[in-house]
Design a protein around this ligand. Sequence first.
Ligand SMILES: NC(=O)c1ccc[n+]([C@@H]2O[C@H](COP(=O)([O-])OP(=O)(O)OC[C@H]3O[C@@H](n4cnc5c(N)ncnc54)[C@H](OP(=O)(O)O)[C@@H]3O)[C@@H](O)[C@H]2O)c1
Length: 242
Amino acid sequence: MALSGRKVLVTGGSAGIGAAITHELSRQGAQVAVLARASERLDDIARETGARSIPADLREPDAVAHAVESAARELGGLDALVNNAGSFRLGQVHDGRYADWRDMVDLNVLGLLVASQTAVPFLTRSEIGQLINISSMSGRRVSGPATGVYAGTKHAVHAISEGLRSELHDRGIRVTVISPGMVLTNRGEYISDPALRETTARQHTEEGLDPADVATQVCYVLSAPPDVHLVEIALTSARQTP
Ligand SMILES: NC(=O)c1ccc[n+]([C@@H]2O[C@H](COP(=O)([O-])OP(=O)(O)OC[C@H]3O[C@@H](n4cnc5c(N)ncnc54)[C@H](OP(=O)(O)O)[C@@H]3O)[C@@H](O)[C@H]2O)c1
């Protein structure tokens, strides 16, 4: 029970990497609140792990601010926010869809900003305040023609995290980026282009990390000694082609 009593809000914790994070944090004794859109999955994970469910759409700023405050109220404070929810809608720009770009910018960038902004006063009151932003290897490089917009949002996560790291230093809040390569979750099921969706599904199936491997890194960050500030953890499966 290494994280016993730790109060953690996980966005996008009802599926994929976020669900794995929620399971592992709960297993290690943390008190967890899970933010996602209202769904059976959110209810299921709350039942399975004992986490509080906080239904909200991260693309709606007022709802997000309200949800983060509710989570802090229900947990009796906040020691960490894991900004995990993200949208992965690959496609090239020349024939891309505005709705896909909008979803990625609203969720990956603006949702993370509003959740972080609302969480900061609570994290400031914790002696061990920690922000963890789940970025991607696509936040470190652009791997191909269809990844530019997604990578743009994840490069923004890296830049915003750098800014937050210096902004929040005096408040004692640590900011860590975790950058996974491919992870075996939704296998690109939201990608509009059928051929690209199929290729992505195959690559993720053959080369993807287990979501539990990312969850382990989140717990590692939360277990770091108080004087250690982990800046970034980047990881891929050993099967992923560099
Ligand atoms: N899978 C990968 O290969 C991979 C690789 C590198 C980085 N990442 C990053 O890891 C994070 C998690 O990815 P994943 O693959 O685990 O995703 P996922 O399986 O699609 O799960 C996404 C989670 O976010 C929630 N969510 C989606 N839209 C939302 C919204 N508008 N408001 C609130 N919650 C919302 C979903 O629940 P609801 O739909 O019920 O709201 C779900 O809980 C993302 O930031 C992603 O960019 C993933």
